[in-house]
Ligand binder design. Structure first.
Ligand SMILES: Cc1ncc(COP(=O)(O)O)c(C=O)c1O
Length: 407
């Protein structure tokens, strides 16, 4: 669908057009698998917090009653490797192999570990390679000034603690140890060419940490084909894992033996229950773990991930593109400004609308059960979550924004 100008006739997108798109949507039925107390609510914020799958409540009750209440401590026998098992379920959604992904803690912590791991890899590369700085340590960590705050803060903190400087931007990489980048810009939805940018950084001698928080469960990405070594992301957005759902770390399998992370917890050690005198990192992805995992949170995340796996990333990505195309066409129809790329190959699953009164518009609409995100300084962010967002939600939401934007 697009707003077509045919000679002098402007084809206007109507609410019925959006309803027709819903009727033709091959994955529309997935919405029935979610608990939606009020279907009249227009929810365009699944990219901040995904909706709750119905099965989540059942699974949590099962684990509560069967595993916890009845099994008690004995249930740790099958709980103990749940972070890796759920990681194996997530792996195909991002083009990873089994054994390359583990769910744990939150994205902030995963970024912290991954950046340290990347610095260690870069040191090792520099020591083994005459193109290094000679002392085995490059002085710069590069990140965009527009990246999500937690990534920037963590990088600032690591740079301060390790005596490095932070450079905003990626033009110059020859002295960069580590590049930290989001695959999809949390404000504009711009999608980076992950394969090309990974190759460019590697050619310059830098190690890259990718943050897939806005990409996982949204776009069909193949980390292995893109040559990605280290990546992190969350599971509470498009994966519908629940509030505070565990994040995940991806480490390419060929690095498992050498990658080092800075927090030496007992879940990451060999022969964990021998309670040994010293830490010996496990030989696999579990070396990214820290301490006792949250079993209930992992249980909820597992259900959300399973739904995305069932629908399949190609179908999810295709619907995401169709939803954002409709949103951009509606922006054009209503004269709303958007910095979101028009090329579907260059964008993720949200659309940003710029308006000087964005904050007030988002607040006012939330009071009417039309839910967007506001992002500084002037963005109304419309998240299109393919498993739950209807085309008519996009139509109703953008139409409501347009009415308020017109004053
Ligand atoms: C790119 C990115 N990284 C990290 C986070 C959040 O980190 P955490 O899960 O630790 O709160 C977000 C949250 O929206 C994000 O968009």
């Amino acid at each position: 669908m697009s707003t077509r100008k045919l000679r002098h006739t402007v084809v206007v997108i109507s609410r019925d057009d959006a309803l027709a798109l819903d009727a033709a949507d091959p994955i529309a039925h997935f919405r029935d698998r979610f608990h939606i107390p009020d279907p009249a609510v227009v929810y365009l914020d699944g990219n901040s917090l995904g909706m709750p799958p119905k099965r989540t409540l059942e699974r949590l009750t099962e684990v509560y009653q069967h595993d916890w209440a009845t099994g008690l401590i004995r249930s740790w026998e099958h709980w103990v490797d749940l972070p890796q098992r759920v990681g194996d379920q997530l792996a195909p959604l991002i083009g990873a192999s089994p054994g390359e992904v583990v769910l744990h803690d939150n994205t902030t912590l995963c970024v912290y570990q991954a950046v340290h791991a990347a610095l260690g890899l870069n040191d090792a590369n520099a020591n083994a390679n005459a193109t290094g700085t000679g002392n085995g340590s490059r002085p710069v960590i590069a990140i965009s000034a527009d990246d999500f705050p937690t990534d920037r803060y963590v990088v600032d903190g690591i740079a301060a603690a390790t005596g490095r400087t932070v450079r905003h931007g990626f033009d110059r990489l020859d002295d960069v140890a580590v590049v930290v980048r989001s695959v999809i810009d949390y404000r504009t939805a711009e999608l980076v060419d992950v394969a090309a940018e990974t190759a460019r950084a590697h050619a310059a001698g830098a190690v890259v940490v990718w943050d897939l928080s806005h990409a996982v469960g949204a776009i069909d990405i193949d980390l292995r084909a893109c040559g990605v070594q280290l990546a992190v992301g969350c599971s509470y957005k498009y994966l519908n894992g629940g509030p505070g759902a565990p994040a995940w770390s991806y480490v390419a399998s060929e690095l498992h033996a050498v990658v080092r992370q800075p927090i030496w917890g007992w879940f990451a050690t060999e022969r964990q229950f021998e309670m040994g005198a010293t830490f010996e990192p496990r030989p696999d992805i579990a070396r990214m773990l820290l301490g006792t995992p949250s079993i209930l949170a992992l249980t909820a995340a597992e259900v959300g991930i399973a739904l995305s796996a069932e629908a399949g990333m190609p179908a999810i990505h295709a619907k995401g593109t169709a939803l954002t195309t409709l949103a951009i066409d509606l922006c054009d129809q209503y004269g709303l400004a958007t910095p979101t790329p028009r090329d579907p190959a260059r964008r993720g699953n949200h659309v940003a609308v710029q308006h000087p009164n964005a904050k007030a518009i988002v607040r006012e609409l939330a009071a009417r059960d039309v839910i967007f995100d506001f992002r500084e300084p002037n963005i109304v962010r419309a998240g299109c979550s393919p498993l739950t967002t209807r085309f008519v939600d996009v139509f109703d939401g953008l139409s409501a924004v347009a009415r308020l934007a017109a004053g």
